[in-house]
Design a protein around this ligand. Structure first.
Ligand SMILES: Nc1ncnc2c1ncn2[C@@H]1O[C@H](COP(=O)(O)OP(=O)(O)OP(=O)(O)O)[C@@H](O)[C@H]1O
Ligand SMILES: [Mg+2]
Length: 282
């Protein structure tokens, strides 16, 4: 994998922020506070990871960021202004700026659409409907080669004819064409082996470098977050217990929960060797 150069985003323009954002499911004895009044600031071009164990509230927060779920309380700001998705038209406009890739790539595609249609839709959505056919083919070919797929071999195929790894790469090719301001990726690598995982993460980093988009990466894996992010937010029981520059948080964790996540790393993912962390700390 390529080496990540971590930048300081403290003074970069704001992309997505939250103030006191909460999501409470159910009532009375059945009440679950999935997201517990969190604050956050994600900047333009920043690669942010949200790290936490199962049930910590990551997907619930993602759904609120995407505008698929209403917060019970608090405010989400887009580019520094309160986000308004109160009408269908405003929601559609917001969705031009934010795209997601999910755990299961199979759920992301319409089974009855051929791959060239999937990619053409992206060009159309970006206002390219009237471009000449050759230009569209050139754009689709470029998007496929960005993720090491061959457009010519895919044109007449359906998504279910691809492998899981190819499908995940096709999802990234879509993002390449759509060029959203924000990409939200909820454990996009969980279905693939370690080698494809590194490739996909590299592609996400290249995509960020090429387009300047903000990437919000959701994961259980603090080792992975360390390798790829500028900034990490550590989530426990719906709260951010700690956040900051990835190397600062992981090399010098303050919260007990962060320390525990780090100490679990070699047991879960031996390929992410964090032994250097102790050396740096000594
Ligand atoms: N629709 C819902 N109704 C009631 N409770 C919910 C709902 N969705 C999520 N929850 C609860 O909210 C909490 C957070 O769930 P969430 O899916 O956000 O966790 P997560 O961090 O994404 O977990 P994982 O890593 O397993 O994907 C859990 O306790 C879950 O049971
Ligand atoms: Mg989840």
């Amino acid at each position: 994998m390529s080496e990540v150069v971590r930048k300081d985003f403290t003074n970069a323009p704001l992309c997505l922020s939250g103030r006191g954002v909460a999501k409470i499911f159910g009532m009375g004895n059945n009440k679950t506070t999935a997201v517990d009044y969190v604050d956050f600031d994600f900047h333009e071009g920043e690669f942010v990871s949200i790290v936490g164990e199962s049930g910590s509230g990551k997907t619930t927060l993602s759904k609120m960021l995407l505008g698929l779920l209403n917060p019970s309380d608090g405010e989400i700001l887009f580019q520094g202004k309160p986000r308004d998705i109160s009408t269908g038209r405003k929601r559609k406009e917001y969705w031009k700026g934010i795209q997601a890739i999910f755990q299961d790539p199979f759920s992301s595609f319409n089974t009855f659409q051929k791959i060239d249609t999937v990619l053409l839709d992206c060009i159309n959505m970006r206002g390219g409907r009237n471009l000449p056919k050759e230009k569209k083919i050139e754009m689709m070919t470029e998007a496929c080669s960005f993720v090491n797929l061959k457009f010519a071999e895919l044109t007449n195929k359906y998504p279910f004819e691809l492998s899981g790894g190819q499908m995940q790469r096709l999802m990234i090719a879509r993002i390449f064409l759509l060029r959203p301001k924000i990409l939200l990726a909820d454990e996009p690598t969980s279905m693939v082996d370690a080698c494809s995982r590194a490739t996909i993460l590299d592609m996400l980093l290249n995509l960020r470098d090429e387009t300047g988009m903000t990437v919000i990466f959701i994961t259980h894996d603090i080792g992975l977050a360390y390798y790829i992010s500028d900034t990490v937010y550590i989530m426990e029981h719906g709260k951010f217990v700690e956040f900051g520059k990835a190397d600062e948080v992981i090399i010098n964790p303050k919260a007990e929960y962060t320390k525990r996540l780090i100490s679990d790393v070699p047991k879960i993912h031996e390929e992410w060797d964090l032994s250097t962390v102790d050396l740096l700390n000594a």
